[in-house]
Design a protein around this ligand. Structure first.
Ligand code: ADP
Ligand code: NI
Length: 216
């Protein structure tokens, strides 16, 4: 990255830190910081466009569709407005906006629209933070914020075939593991992502085994 690009990254870090301070659903600044670190680590092997990868990582949760009435383009628009304000070249803005618009998980049977290697790196980096011990914590924080039950044997997990169904689904947080989190290790795009996902996947499996043993 050149000096100008580093300056844009620095300003974006500052902006996102301020925007997400005090966030309590697992989409806080430290989530962004971990995704940013994961993305840089994955990109060491992939050698994609570092500026696009890092901007996408920093801005991906700027306005999540799950929290703003289901507008799937709000985050991409807000990110583009920010980058335009900083004078970032329009092709980079377009690429970052496209990644943000298409990076979110929208149901087990909904087709993933991520096309570019930069987008795949961001998606792997973000998904790693939904797995493992941190993933368990984030799932219960998110479920609690939405008033979902922790566990209910009467409600069965479902593999959703539309974003609307996935979003409006009043499932339990334990079901979310079967509806999304346990599927992620098979959906990793990059070799590094797959490698890092393995241990986190095994941890979630053993966590669920313990949980089911205690509630049985
Ligand atoms: P994505 O980009 O795929 O939407 P995010 O980075 O926005 O993912 O983070 C989603 C986080 O919120 C994950 O840790 C995920 O487990 C959690 N989450 C999303 N939906 C639910 C749900 N219905 N129940 C529990 N946790 C959820
Ligand atoms: Ni995220």
């Amino acid at each position: 990255m050149n000096k100008q690009q580093k300056e844009v990254i620095y300003k974006t870090v500052k902006y996102m830190k301020e925007l997400l301070s005090g966030e309590g659903t697992g989409h806080d600044w430290l989530h962004i910081e971990r995704v940013w670190a994961n993305a840089r680590r994955i990109n060491k092997a992939e050698k994609a466009d570092a500026f696009v990868v890092e901007l996408a990582a920093l801005l991906h949760d700027i306005s999540d569709w799950k929290f703003n009435g289901g507008d799937e383009t709000a985050g991409a628009k807000k990110a583009a407005a920010w980058l335009n304000k900083l004078g970032v070249e329009s092709e980079v803005v377009r690429q970052v906006a496209e990644i943000i618009e298409n990076s979110s998980f929208k149901g087990a049977k909904v087709k993933n629209k991520i096309r570019t290697i930069e987008g795949k790196i961001l998606q792997d980096a973000d998904r790693l933070d939904a797995m493992g011990a941190i993933g368990v914590a984030r799932a219960f924080a998110y479920g609690g914020s939405k008033g979902h039950e922790i566990y209910n044997p009467e409600i069965k997990p479902k593999l959703h075939s539309s974003a609307k169904e996935y979003k409006t689904n009043k499932s339990t947080t334990i079901n979310h593991f079967h509806e999304k989190l346990l599927l992620l290790h098979d959906l990793m795009h990059t070799k590094t992502g797959r490698k890092l996902a393995e241990r986190r996947h095994k941890f979630m499996q053993s966590y669920l085994k313990e949980f089911m043993g205690e509630v049985a």
